[in-house]
Design a protein around this ligand. Structure first.
Ligand code: HCS
Length: 396
């Protein structure tokens, strides 16, 4: 794969894919608010549609502002190419519609974001595509679960919401030997903390709504892979199947967010690491799920695979669901809301919110309890977030 890494990560997050002098010196990429593109003559249009000439044809398939974002994300993930979409689910479905047909199978890690789980478990079945779930924290479980029909392996690391990690290198090696593609959802880490393509994954998807955008003001998704695969996802999954194209304005906002990604991820990680320790010491807390804690079962893997331990924490309280609800209602600085990766600290209850798509009996089987609370640690002062959370815990 092409590795465009001559400059540092932060430099590329600010500059890659854009030259101001090509656009009248405009410091920021112009927002191209256009749905279509004029052809100088009819043959130009037919050549572009046939894929025999470069150039824009329609903004569902490509737009100059979006192209800057795609070049920048490909560089940050150290991949050949990227495709931006209107949401993380749009990114995932563009890949699935492109790669799969009736009769094919997916192997997925047992814990996934609720809508990803529902798509794989319930919705794809209607089209004859089956998903087998396995505990992919143990790579040998993948070998046992693969069948001759498996086309794709899907995992989040860390997983949403319970912070389980998969060993990307180990899974990639098994996938390579068996001719199956490995897709990693890198939303929790961003390429600043973890670059799955460099560890052997074939495809990376993101909800760019989260840390990449970083400010809770947009919805977007990204697919990263080798160019041949991205071309297929663009002209099949995006153009002909899901139509989940990102708007030029949202692409601009993601580009603005990326400029500060490294600074934000450092701060999210520093604050979350301190908070995880505070929470783990509190008598009302049963378990803190954070890969930076030495008590995390995959702490050693996290130290190898991630630059820092990220800004997401999950916790279970001794009082279970009722205590969790009281804790959420007791905080005053943290915002009760789904989503993650924003400047604001967000707190939510997966079983009834982001993961309500799991049936009650599925939650335990897929690795999280009804009492689990998820925290997206924001960029506020550590002391203020810590006081807010500990104050609410003290009152349980
Ligand atoms: N994927 C987001 C949106 C949930 S509905 C989250 O918070 O995990």
């Amino acid at each position: 794969m092409k590795k465009n890494v001559e400059q540092g990560f932060a430099t590329r997050a600010i500059h890659e894919g854009y030259n101001a002098l090509d656009y009248h010196g405009a410091l920021n990429p112009p927002v191209f608010l256009t749905s279509t593109y004029a052809f100088d003559r009819s043959e130009t249009g037919s050549d572009r549609f046939a894929g025999n000439a470069d150039g824009y044809i329609y903004s569902r398939v490509g737009n100059p502002t979006v192209t800057v974002l795609e070049k920048r994300m490909a560089s940050l993930e150290e991949a050949e190419a990227a495709m931006a979409t209107s949401s993380g689910m749009g990114a995932l479905t563009a890949v699935l519609w492109t790669l799969l047909k009736a009769g094919d199978e997916i192997v997925a890690d047992k814990t996934l974001y609720g809508c990803t789980f529902s798509l794989l478990k319930h919705q794809l079945e209607r089209f004859g595509i089956k998903t087998r779930f396995a505990d992919l924290t143990e790579p040998s479980a993948l070998t046992r679960t693969l069948s001759t029909r498996t086309r794709l392996v899907v995992a989040e690391t860390p997983s949403n919401p319970n912070m389980r990690l998969v060993d990307i290198t180990a899974l990639a090696e098994i996938c390579r030997r068996t001719g199956v593609l490995l897709l990693i959802d890198n939303t929790y880490c961003t390429p600043y903390l973890q670059r799955p393509i460099t560890l052997g994954a074939d495809i990376v998807v993101h909800s760019a709504t989260k840390y990449l955008g970083g400010h809770g003001d947009l919805l977007a998704g990204i697919v990263v892979a080798r160019k041949e695969l991205i071309d297929r996802c663009r002209f099949v999954g995006l153009k002909e199947m899901n139509g989940a194209c990102i708007s030029a304005f949202d692409a601009f906002l993601v580009l603005r967010g990326l400029k500060t990604l490294s600074l934000r991820m450092d701060r999210h990680g520093e604050t979350a690491a301190r908070l995880a320790q505070d929470l783990a010491r509190h008598p009302a807390v049963e378990t803190v799920y954070y890969p930076g804690l030495s008590s995390h079962p995959q702490h050693a893997l996290a130290c190898r695979q991630m630059k820092n331990m990220g800004g997401m924490i999950a916790l279970a309280l001794k009082g279970g669901l009722m205590a969790g609800r009281a804790f959420m209602d007791g905080v005053t600085l943290a915002t009760r809301a789904v989503s993650l990766g924003d400047a604001e600290t967000l707190i939510q209850h997966p079983a009834s919110m982001t993961h309500a798509t799991y049936a009650p009996e599925e939650r335990g089987a897929h690795g999280f309890t009804d009492g689990l609370i998820r925290l997206s640690v924001g960029l506020e002062d550590y002391q203020d977030i810590s006081s807010d959370l500990l104050w609410a815990l003290d009152r349980l």
